[in-house]
Write a protein that binds this ligand. Structure first.
Ligand SMILES: [Zn+2]
Length: 213
C-alpha cells in the first residue's frame, strides 16, 4: 500500500515537471508569435533618428533610436522601449514583456545619441542571444561580452560611431574609480564583467568590423 502511494507521488512529481516544461515552452513560443513583426518583411524602415541629444521628449527619443537599432540589428521581433524615472545609471531588458528599460539617469549620462544607441544596442544584443540560444551559449559573463560585440556591429550598421560603446565604458570605469572602488579591475561574482575589461573587448570588436569607408 505504502509502495503504491510512493509510486503515485513520484509519478505526480515527474508529470508536474513535464507539464511545467511544456507550459513554459508554449508560453515562450506564444511570446515569439506576439512579438513577431510581420511588416518588417515588407522592408519598411522605421523613422530615422535626428541625431540630436538630449531631446525634450525622452520617451520618444529612446523609442525612435531603439527601433532604428532593432532595424539595424535585423531584429524581426517587436521590442518595446521604456524610460524609468530613476536617477541611477541602469539599463536592462525585461524578457517578460520584451521591453528594454533605461533609467533617466542613464539617458542623461549619455553624451551623444551614439552613446544612447550603444546602450540600447547592448540590450538588443542580449535579446538576439536569447532568441538564438539553442546550443549552450556560455556563461552570463560571456553573454555580456557577446552583447557588446553584437552592439558594435549594430552601431556600425545603423550609422553610429561604434566607438561610442567603449567611450561610455571608459567613463563608467572612471566613475568607479571616483567612488574609490578598489575592485574595479576584477569584479567577481557580479553579472557584468568590469567596465574596463568590456572596454578592451569592445575595442577589439570594433577593430574586427568590416571597414566601410
Ligand atoms: Zn548586459
Amino acid at each position: 500500500m505504502f509502495d503504491l502511494v510512493l509510486d503515485l507521488l513520484i509519478m505526480l512529481i515527474v508529470i508536474t515537471g513535464f507539464v511545467f516544461v511544456i507550459v513554459d515552452s508554449i508560453s515562450w513560443i506564444i511570446q515569439f508569435v506576439i512579438h513577431r513583426r510581420w511588416y518588417r518583411t515588407a522592408k519598411s524602415p522605421p523613422e530615422q533618428p535626428e541625431k540630436k541629444h538630449p531631446q525634450d521628449d525622452v520617451e520618444r527619443h529612446v523609442r525612435v533610436v531603439g527601433e532604428w537599432m532593432c532595424y539595424a540589428a535585423g531584429m524581426s521581433y517587436r521590442v518595446n522601449f521604456q524610460v524609468e524615472d530613476d536617477a541611477h545609471i541602469r539599463a536592462w531588458i525585461d524578457f517578460s514583456d520584451w521591453t528594454i528599460r533605461i533609467t533617466k539617469g542613464f539617458y542623461n549620462d549619455c553624451r551623444s545619441e551614439d552613446e544612447l544607441a550603444a546602450v540600447l544596442a547592448h540590450e538588443i544584443g542580449h535579446l538576439a542571444i536569447k532568441i538564438g540560444k539553442k546550443s549552450g551559449s556560455g556563461s552570463r559573463i560571456d553573454q555580456e561580452y557577446k552583447a557588446d560585440q553584437l552592439a558594435a556591429s549594430y552601431l556600425s550598421n545603423a550609422g553610429y560611431d561604434p566607438n561610442a560603446l567603449a567611450r561610455q565604458l571608459w567613463r563608467h570605469t572612471v566613475y568607479d574609480l571616483r567612488v574609490g572602488d578598489p575592485d574595479f579591475l576584477n569584479r567577481q561574482g557580479l553579472t557584468h564583467p568590469p567596465f574596463i575589461k568590456r572596454m578592451v573587448a569592445a575595442n577589439s570588436a570594433v577593430r574586427l568590423l568590416p571597414q566601410t569607408s
